[in-house]
Design a protein around this ligand. Structure first.
Ligand code: SF4
Length: 104
């Protein structure tokens, strides 16, 4: 018996809220402009605030602007309710309104 593939665009999430570990859910990351970049560019250190945070986020967002999978990255962040970091060219503050609109 073969496993039925979900329809294109269907979102199938594991109980922990992350997409199931299927290649088609994660392969976009192979094409990420940031795949060889230090993740610290995208995530604030606990003590980071103000202009330093803003400057780092602007740098991260400029890389996202060149990324061929920006849309997939943002969709993933929205799907899992990613609360931290720059994803798909959006900061955590920019995604925050969408987080409050998520169904529980
Ligand atoms: S959009 Fe930005 S954070 Fe997302 S994969 Fe591309 S470079 Fe990385």
């Amino acid at each position: 018996m073969t496993r039925r593939k979900p329809p294109a665009g269907a979102v199938t999430k594991a109980p922990d809220g992350l997409p199931y570990p299927l290649v088609e859910h994660w392969e976009w990351q192979d094409h990420a402009a940031c795949k060889d970049v230090n993740p610290e560019l995208f995530f604030a250190a606990e003590s980071e605030r103000g202009m330093r945070k803003h400057a780092r986020e602007m740098l991260a967002k400029s890389l996202c602007g060149t990324c061929p999978v920006r849309r997939e990255c943002r969709r993933h962040a929205d799907l899992v309710g990613e609360m931290y970091g720059v994803w798909g060219g959006s900061t955590e503050e920019e995604r925050e309104p969408a987080l409050h609109c998520r169904p529980h």
